[in-house]
Design a protein around this ligand. Structure first.
Ligand code: HEM
Ligand code: HEM
Length: 276
């Protein structure tokens, strides 16, 4: 693989996936071993869908969606295909988040608990709304083929910044959420007495911070970015720089899938680098 520091990339990726999986196991163990399990009955077991779907969907799946372009073995796939995967994973993450909100609102309404009183709920709902906006704008600008290239290029720094900003806010919201839940839920012994559940769930919080930190690291290394289509599709004799040379050898420059996507865009449209 021609990626710079490939071993470091692999290490960071395996660390992210491992920590992400362990977080999912932790949240499942929390709700099944320490709490009431999962059900859709208006009670505490319904509330439990809220953290489970957030950790698996809104945190883990979103994290993977963010770094999916950076997996070097996907660089031989067309950009269009990768856009579908990036958008698809983000849509899945959004569906998880939406169902998790239905669970907590339904639980509050059944138990006559007020809605939207906490900082957690304010920042959380804002993050979900911004995320849905990011999704709609992403689809309109980068998937629908009529959007002009200059608009795609102009919007990209904002797309990347807001994507990382929302992801970070989601982790912060989840930390507030688990803290609230421990304070509300632990009575005799209470949170301050550090019962096993409190320590266990604190560790879950630390794992989420580490997961977020690794994803942000991977997503902000310039040398791990997916090379532009021009570099990827140029014939091997052209060179194409240290990143592209080997990848382009694995790729049929004449676009064997025949979707025309790569050829149409190579050259003229991508002169300025990573624009779409
Ligand atoms: C409530 C969003 C993660 C625990 C809420 C509410 C929203 C929300 C909008 C208000 C529901 C209502 O007013 O009826 C989010 C988002 C999260 C997230 C976007 C993603 C990061 C978590 C996690 C936990 C949690 C991981 C851990 C258990 C709670 C608790 C409530 C709640 C205890 C009820 C108290 C309150 O309204 O603040 N959440 N949440 N949340 N959430 Fe979360
Ligand atoms: C890149 C986030 C939805 C298209 C990125 C990046 C982030 C991000 C953080 C930078 C990745 C990198 O530098 O490797 C998000 C989030 C979304 C979302 C959080 C959902 C809420 C979409 C959608 C599309 C899209 C629906 C439509 C196809 C792109 C494209 C890139 C990108 C084309 C550039 C990738 C590259 O050339 O390296 N996105 N995105 N995004 N996103 Fe999204």
């Amino acid at each position: 693989m021609a990626m710079e520091n490939f071993k470091q990339f692999l290490f960071a990726l395996s660390a992210a996936v491992t920590v992400g999986f362990i977080s999912i196991i932790f949240v499942l163990r929390w709700v099944f071993y320490f709490k009431e399990g999962l059900a859709w009955d208006g009670g505490l077991a319904e509330f439990n869908w809220h953290p489970v779907l957030i950790v698996t969907g809104f945190i883990f799946l979103q994290g993977i969606a963010i770094i999916v372009y950076r997996l070097p073995w996907t660089w031989k796939c067309s950009k269009l295909m990768m856009k579908f995967i990036h958008a698809g994973l983000n849509i899945l993450a959004f569906i998880f988040a939406a169902i998790s909100l239905v669970a907590v609102f339904d639980f509050h309404n059944t138990k006559n608990i007020p809605n939207m009183y906490s900082l957690h709920s304010w920042v959380g709902l804002a993050a979900v709304i911004l995320y849905s906006l990011q999704l709609v704008l992403g689809v309109c600008i980068y998937l629908i083929p009529i959007t002009p290239t200059y608009l795609r290029a102009a919007f990209m720094p904002l797309h990347i910044y807001s994507g990382l900003f929302i992801f970070t806010s989601v982790i912060a919201t989840a930390l507030m959420g688990i803290t609230e839940k421990l304070i509300f839920g632990l009575k005799d012994p209470s949170y301050k007495d550090s019962p096993p559940e409190a320590t266990f769930v604190n560790v879950l919080g630390v794992l989420m911070v580490i997961f977020g930190g690794i994803i942000l690291w991977i997503a902000t290394r310039p040398s791990w970015k997916r090379p532009s289509e021009q570099v990827l599709r140029s014939p091997p004799t052209n060179g194409g720089g240290s990143v592209g040379t080997k990848v382009s050898q694995q790729t049929d420059p004449i676009d064997p899938k025949g979707n025309g996507d790569a050829r149409r865009r190579s050259g003229k449209l991508e002169d300025s680098g990573q624009v779409n």
